[in-house]
Design a protein around this ligand. Structure first.
Ligand SMILES: NC(=O)c1ccc[n+]([C@@H]2O[C@H](COP(=O)([O-])OP(=O)(O)OC[C@H]3O[C@@H](n4cnc5c(N)ncnc54)[C@H](OP(=O)(O)O)[C@@H]3O)[C@@H](O)[C@H]2O)c1
Length: 203
């Protein structure tokens, strides 16, 4: 399969990239700093920012599936909603239909899946990022495309275990999960339509 990947230089993105290449997929990865991605067989690096329409179009062109693991830090304007808007536009233009997007537990109808004291802290410290992710999810759901929104719990850099829990059960509470396991779950969606137009948790 040919994958267009946004966020490849990030913690989860690097895991998605490595596992996708390992599985024999080819990947076009958009990167603001291409030097962060080592040249590897099967990888095409597309230099650019996700707000750059031409670069996003180049990245999406010819993809079977788009994977978005964009994230924001600190005081900067969160990128999730505006970046995703560009990706969805490029997908509509190129007639690419499948998109897998990592957001977070705590967004939308998963708010109650964050245990109480953490929910309070999250709402106080991540208010702008959560709002951007709410808008990101709204745009995806309104796109008419074949989307899956994946909502992880707290991310760690531990090894892939394959022992995480996932699904639509809203009683599933957010715990920690390795970025490598999130990547594993994301890539499983390439060949599994169980969560088509759904918002599974992984934790
Ligand atoms: N941290 C947690 O515990 C937690 C919990 C649940 C969900 N999440 C969410 O899970 C996702 C993955 O998290 P992560 O920590 O693995 O991500 P991350 O390391 O923060 O990576 C973010 C990625 O987005 C890219 N990016 C940001 N702005 C961009 C722009 N304008 N144009 C192009 N690329 C841009 C970054 O590129 P650069 O390398 O150029 O900066 C990087 O590749 C995020 O959406 C995060 O909010 C996190």
């Amino acid at each position: 399969m040919h994958i267009a990947l946004f966020g490849a230089t990030g913690g989860t993105g690097q895991q998605v990239l490595a596992q996708a290449l390992e599985q024999g997929h080819s990947v076009a990865a958009l990167a603001r700093k291409p030097s962060k991605l080592a040249a590897t067989e099967g990888l095409e690096t597309v230099p650019g920012d996700v707000l750059d329409r031409a670069a996003v179009k180049t990245c999406v062109s010819g993809a079977d599936t788009v994977i978005c693991v964009l994230g924001s830090h600190g005081g900067k304007e969160p990128i999730e909603a505006r970046g995703t808007e560009r990706i969805l536009e490029a997908m509509q233009e190129a007639d690419v239909r499948r998109i897998l997007v990592v957001t977070s537990l705590g967004v939308g109808d998963s708010r109650d899946q964050i245990p109480f004291p953490f929910r309070l802290v999250m709402n106080l410290t991540l208010k702008r990022i959560l709002a951007a992710k709410e808008e990101q999810e709204r745009l995806i759901k309104a796109s008419g495309l074949d989307w899956t929104i994946i909502r992880p719990g707290g991310l760690t850099d531990g090894p892939k275990t394959g022992t995480y829990r996932s699904g639509l059960d809203r009683s599933l509470k957010a715990g920690r999960i390795a970025r490598a396991d999130v990547a594993d779950f994301v890539l499983r969606q390439l060949t599994d339509a169980t969560f088509l137009r759904r918002t599974p948790a992984v934790t």
